[in-house]
Design a protein around this ligand. Sequence first.
Ligand SMILES: NC(=O)c1ccc[n+]([C@@H]2O[C@H](COP(=O)([O-])OP(=O)(O)OC[C@H]3O[C@@H](n4cnc5c(N)ncnc54)[C@H](O)[C@@H]3O)[C@@H](O)[C@H]2O)c1
Length: 353
Amino acid sequence: MSVLRVELDERSYPIYIDTGLLSKSLLSKHIRSKRICLVSNDIVYPLYSETVKAQLSDYEIDEIILPDGEAEKSLANFEVIMSHLLANGHGRDSTLVALGGGVIGDITGFAAACYQRGIDFIQIPTTLLSQVDSSVGGETAVNHPLGKNMIGAFYQPKAVIIDINTLKTLPLREFNAGMAEVIKYGILGNKNFFIWLEEHSEKIKLGEPTTLAKMVEFCCQSKADIVAADETEAGVRALLNLGHTFGHAIEADQGYGKWKHGEAVATGMVLASKLAVAMNLLEVSELRRIESLIETFDLPLLAPKNMGFNEFICHMRRDKKNLAGQLRFIIPTAIGKSEIRDDVTEDMLQQIL
Ligand SMILES: NC(=O)c1ccc[n+]([C@@H]2O[C@H](COP(=O)([O-])OP(=O)(O)OC[C@H]3O[C@@H](n4cnc5c(N)ncnc54)[C@H](O)[C@@H]3O)[C@@H](O)[C@H]2O)c1
């Protein structure tokens, strides 16, 4: 088992990574009182809740099972969780346990941040995307009809427990979408990891557990380092948004759910790389390698046919990362190196879109 740590003074916490961790008694180490509320959805709950609950026979557990889907990361379900906690007499020493992908992790984390001004929560991420990205770093949120993730808080979990075996039941399209975030860590900050991914792509596709565990560990360590350096995205953490400015525009334009977040990020990384080439910051040969690795995992390279410059720009102007109305982009300047740039002109964007 690997144990990483997110170092944030009194808010530091461990990330456990291995195969078979759901059957180990790690949860109880991080639970303060006897009261637990398990939050999951109707897809993940039947698959893994019995194994999780079997480790908690000494605890008083109740549960909330939300319907599946991004649309459920809503203020309405936030209220469902609040009402359940109040009606069941949960106090400030209760712990919320999020069992599921990024949707369950994000809404449970936000509920934990708000209930009685903050209670403990633990993440058990069960998708590749949530294991390598959303469960680490404390970004919690729900969506609003006028914008995704627009209502939320930075609120760190007490622990993250990653059981690689949960990936066995994950649909292939979801796995590949998670691979976009994995590839992102290589492009933005570590050429050796990018090369390792190129060399291990077959084993990854076959779901070889040791390879997957190593891959997830690398991503968590990268995210933990970045979060420790910049918890609230005042600086370096913005690099994690590589591909997201274009990606969010695609998701919003096409209607949430049609493109998976990871698919939109994959295309977004290709567009950011093309922008870098247009700005003479990235070699064309590096762009080709980036495209090739993304394609290996059946992720899209091209923006939707019905989206051109006007559609992109209209969505990108609303991006949370913009400062003083100026568009900001994360631009790869080489495989393993990226920069935050606010000198991208609309002419340059027109060239690549
Ligand atoms: N907090 C952050 O830092 C952060 C970062 C990136 C993304 N996100 C958020 O994460 C969400 C996307 O997360 P996601 O991709 O995990 O989506 P998701 O939670 O919707 O899960 C994807 C699908 O896989 C199913 N599933 C989950 N685990 C499974 C398993 N082991 N076996 C079979 N099916 C399983 C889910 O029920 C769902 O249908 C978005 O809301 C996004 O905004 C948050």
